[in-house]
Design a protein around this ligand. Structure first.
Ligand code: NAD
Ligand code: TYD
Length: 360
């Protein structure tokens, strides 16, 4: 039975990936989820799998060398899928240190532990072992007027502390291939959306605020563009890269769903109006009058967009979920999981929200 070590599996993409993998492979795989449970990690995301014999949760910090080494010593790991990270740009602007600690040093700990566990006396590795680093399109910087897309060959030009730290982890991973022929892949994906996304990110924040009749903060002129990828499509791409990708290669994963932020906000408002039943008191609260243009994010990247040609041609993956469909699935999930939203927005979230948006 193949064993996966998933880091950051209690977060947004990690938990969707775990669900995807169990749906696809059932009990023919085993997953060990290693997560420190920061503000972004939530075991509620994995309630429906927590009692499965082939699922194990280990609360550990990826910066903790001994704890990570112990997991490798006690388990014959075949695949590492490394999601764990500090993931929010706005937080990185306010507090960059933890981003370097987790995203750079934590990645190094993971690489070293896997390398040590898989290395044979002659310097090669046990067969069929793979380490995948989940990177981001933000490592490429920002597309400006006249630019086309980010490609795998686009030079790195990260601007935020978040993207700089992800670029460092990304380059370390590539260095382990270049230097040691350690079996890695890197995937750089665009903005994900879907169930279980923490409401500090644009889409769940807008859905949550709109349903409560709260202001909808739009940074700057609202015309920054992101390329939205439905999270299940991303999970599928990661699995396909680990199975079919060429070792040492990077694959860009994008949704072909480029939209300005203000378009996203308007689509969410229109879709909420369509989906809320007559007589639901929230229907009266959802309104374009809530849109509030606020001070721009510092160093705000203008446009991200990926042409996922390489992954399509080499591996056969393409984004299956168009935004219109994906946003309905996402909103439906939030309708059905009101308690989830209540739980994650109680406590620390209020403090974060007030501090983050008070001056805006
Ligand atoms: P998230 O913030 O929802 O989840 C991160 C998870 O990592 C949480 O469960 C958290 O508890 C865990 N974690 C954080 N620090 C840890 C540590 N030191 N040790 C162990 N666990 C720790 O993030 P996400 O949106 O699911 O993103 C997952 C990965 O995908 C990240 O590497 C991120 O950079 C990358 N990514 C995300 C997006 C996106 O749109 N969300 C886009 C591109 C790339
Ligand atoms: P976000 O979801 O934080 O993802 P990222 O910064 O990694 O792309 O933000 C997506 C876009 O939405 C980005 O251009 C910033 C913008 N934004 C707002 O306009 N208002 C908000 O309250 C948030 C959180 C983001």
């Amino acid at each position: 039975m193949r064993t996966y070590l998933v880091t950051g599996g209690a977060g947004f993409i990690g938990s969707n990936y775990i669900h995807y993998m169990f749906r696809k492979y059932g009990d023919s795989i085993r997953i060990i989820n290693v997560d420190a449970l920061t503000y972004a990690g939530n075991l509620e995301n994995l309630k429906d799998v927590e009692n499965q014999d082939n699922y194990t949760f280990v609360r550990a910090d990826i910066r903790d060398r001994e704890a990570v080494a112990q997991i490798f010593a006690e388990n014959d790991i075949d695949r590492v899928v490394h999601f764990a990270a500090e993931s929010h740009v706005d937080r990185s602007i306010r507090n960059p240190e933890i981003f370097v600690e987790t995203n750079v040093l934590g990645t190094l700990v993971m690489l070293n532990a896997a390398k040590k566990a898989w290395e044979l006396p002659d310097g090669t590795y046990q067969p069929d072992k793979r380490f995948l680093y989940v990177s981001t399109d933000e490592v490429y910087g920002s597309l400006e007027e006249g630019d086309t897309y980010f490609y795998e060959t686009t030079p790195f030009a990260p601007h935020s502390p978040y993207s700089a730290s992800k670029a460092s982890g990304d380059m370390l991973t590539k260095a382990y291939w270049d230097t040691y022929k350690f079996p890695v892949n890197i995937t750089s994906c665009s903005n994900n959306y879907g169930p279980y996304q923490f409401p500090e990110k644009l889409i769940p924040l807008i859905i949550n605020n709109a349903l409560q009749g709260k202001k909808l903060p739009v940074y700057g002129d609202g015309k920054n563009v992101r390329d939205w990828l439905y999270v299940d499509d991303h999970a599928k791409a990661i699995d396909m890269v680990q199975e079919k990708g060429r070792l040492g290669e990077r694959y860009n994963i994008g949704g072909h769903n480029e939209k300005q932020n203000i378009e996203i906000v308007n689509i969410i408002l229109e879709t909420l109006q369509e989906m809320l039943p007559e007589g639901d008191p929230r229907k009266a609260l959802v309104s374009k009058d809530l849109i509030t243009y606020v001070e721009d994010r510092k160093g705000h990247d203008r446009r991200y967009a990926i042409a996922p040609d390489k992954i399509k041609e080499e591996i056969g993956w393409y984004p299956e979920t168009m935004f219109k469909e994906g946003i309905r699935l996402t909103i439906q999930w939030f309708f059905e999981h009101e308690d989830w939203m209540k739980n994650v927005t109680s406590g620390d979230y209020q403090k974060y929200y007030e501090e983050m948006y008070q001056t805006k």
